[in-house]
Design a protein around this ligand. Sequence first.
Ligand code: AKB
Length: 325
Amino acid sequence: MPGRKTRRILVTGSCGQIGSELVGELRNRYGNESVVASDIKPEWDGESEGPFERADVLDDGRLREVIRDHGIDTIVHMAAILSAKGEREPQAAWKVNVGGLMNALEAAREMGLSQVLCPSSIAVFGKGTPRENTPQETVLKPSTMYGVTKVTGELLCDYYAEKFGVDARGLRYPGIVSAETLPGGGTTDYAVEIFYDAVEKGRYTCFLREDARLPMMYMPDCINATIQLMEAEPSGLKHHGDYNVAAMSFTPAELAEEIHRSIPDFEIDYDPDYRQKIAESWPSSIDDSAAREEWGWKPAYDLERMTEDMLERLRKRHEAGALYK
Ligand code: AKB
């Protein structure tokens, strides 16, 4: 395992909601030149400076070329199609999420890379899973193609770790709330959209029901969890690709109430669509004691602190005429 300062990291899906902020933080820690951002998009639109390579994760040859050219030893594999888009394009979701991960794992195996980190999601849960305080080890019978690909991804990480000794790691992200890059194609996206609409229009129509309680996390915690797991000593880890991580759980009504404290005129109404069914198949809260015990996971943000920070950042941008970047 390379030391913290000597890693050379490739982040796939760098232009996405999590990738764009993760690249910045990894560059702060490891140096700009040591972190290569890549995406199927032609240009890097993130704020940090450093190398960018256009690469489709399904193009195995291109992926290996980037790995070779930059002397990469760690892949953080963020490229994926999320739950709602995956239900509209299930074949593409399978291809990108499973095919892309296989390419990353195979490159790691054949080229002797030190680590692959691939996020999983609360979407691995489904029928027969306890919905409250969902345990680490439990039934994994997702009802979405996204969930099917994430269970497969977890199993692939375990397989490559045990069979080939690839240090493959992953964590089950809850819904992620962030102020920099908009999410796209997820069921939990409402929890970001609501802030933009609250600041811009003072009202929001939610595509989930008011009582759809889901596990959520604020981006700074998501970035910390990801880097903490990357840097955790392997000897302390009993799992590979499937750590539950939690921070808070709330319903759309509770989030609206919290926003209401700062924007008293804020109004919300509800027009649930096909995403409600996806939300109903997921847990309402998660037991993350394995992550806490094995690599010291501890979130910093609750609903109140997150809402305050989101509104402050978005209001500033709105006043400067740059709400949407
Ligand atoms: C989604 O809603 O699809 C994602 C997730 C929970 O993995 N945010």
